[in-house]
Design a protein around this ligand. Structure first.
Ligand code: MN
Length: 249
C-alpha cells in the first residue's frame, strides 16, 4: 500500500503585527515538528486549510487516511454551550468550524479513521463529540500544577498518570511518564463514548480515547515536540500512521 495520507489541520491567523486589512494578512500554518513526526513514522503529511465549505471538507475527509489535529488557539466556548470566561485567549472561528466538521464526519463512521489530537486538538475532539471544556485551569481548579510551562516544549515538566486498559497504556508501556505541558484549558465533561486515559495529580484530564475505534486519541501534551528525542513519544506517531496504513483496521 502507498504511504498513508495524514491530514494535518492548519492554524489560520494574522501575521504580526496585524494591520487592519484582515484578508491580506491571514496565513495558514502548522509547526514543523508535526510534519517531521509524521514523516519519521512513515506517513505522507498533507496540510489541510481551514476551509468551511462542507463539500470541500467531505472530499478532503474521503481522501485522507488519518487526521492529526494540532495545538492552536482556544475553542470558542459557544461550541460547548458556554459564554466566554475573562481568561479566554485568542480564538479562530474558521479553524473551529473546519476542524469540528471534519472530526464529526470521521467520528460518525462505523470505524473511524485514525485521529491523533494534540492539545487544542484533544479539546476539539472532546467538543466535537459533545463534551465540554474548562476555560481556564488556574481560575477554575484548586491548587493546579503548572500546565503552561515557561520552558521550551522539548522539555518534559509534569507527570501524567496513565490508566490501565487503555490504548495509551499499551502504546507507552508505562503507568507514569513526564510530559511537556502548554495549555491553560482542559477537558471538563468528557464526551459520551470516550474514556479518560491520563491525568495529572491535580485531577486535570491529560488524555482521552474512544475505546471502540482502532485509534482515536487525544493528548493534552505535545508529543510532536518530544518524539524526536524520546522513542516512547515517537511510538504514538508510529502506531497512528501504521493504523492509517491498514485498510479496515
Ligand atoms: Mn498539562
Amino acid at each position: 500500500m502507498p504511504l498513508p495520507l495524514i491530514g494535518i489541520a492548519c492554524g489560520f491567523r494574522h501575521t504580526t503585527p496585524a494591520p487592519y486589512d484582515r484578508d491580506s494578512t491571514l496565513e495558514h500554518g502548522v509547526r514543523e515538528q508535526y510534519v517531521d513526526a509524521v514523516v519519521r513514522a512513515g506517513g505522507a503529511p498533507v496540510l489541510l486549510p481551514a476551509v468551511v465549505q462542507e463539500g470541500t471538507l467531505d472530499r478532503i475527509e474521503s481522501a485522507i487516511d488519518g487526521l492529526l489535529l494540532p495545538g492552536g488557539d482556544d475553542i470558542a466556548p459557544h461550541h460547548y454551550g458556554q459564554e466566554p470566561h475573562p481568561a479566554l485567549d485568542d480564538i479562530s472561528p474558521e479553524c473551529d468550524d473546519s476542524q469540528l466538521y471534519l472530526t464529526r464526519l470521521i467520528l460518525s463512521r462505523k470505524r473511524p479513521k485514525p485521529v491523533l489530537a494534540v492539545c487544542r486538538g484533544a479539546q476539539l475532539l472532546n467538543v466535537a463529540a459533545g463534551g465540554t471544556l474548562l476555560q481556564d485551569i488556574p481560575s477554575q481548579i484548586e491548587n493546579p500544577l503548572q500546565h503552561r510551562q515557561v520552558s521550551n516544549t522539548s522539555l518534559a515538566s509534569h507527570t501524567i498518570h496513565i490508566r490501565q486498559d487503555t490504548l495509551l497504556h499499551a502504546l507507552f508501556a508505562t503507568s507514569e511518564i513526564r510530559t511537556n505541558s502548554y495549555h491553560h484549558q482542559a477537558i471538563d465533561r468528557i464526551a459520551d463514548g470516550f474514556v479518560v486515559s491520563a491525568e495529572t495529580s491535580d485531577g486535570v484530564i491529560e488524555g482521552i480515547e474512544r475505546p471502540d475505534a482502532p485509534f482515536v486519541i487525544g493528548l493534552q501534551c505535545h508529543p510532536e515536540a518530544l518524539s524526536g528525542l524520546n522513542p516512547t513519544y515517537q511510538e504514538l506517531f508510529r502506531r497512528f500512521v501504521n493504523t492509517a496504513a491498514t485498510p479496515g483496521s
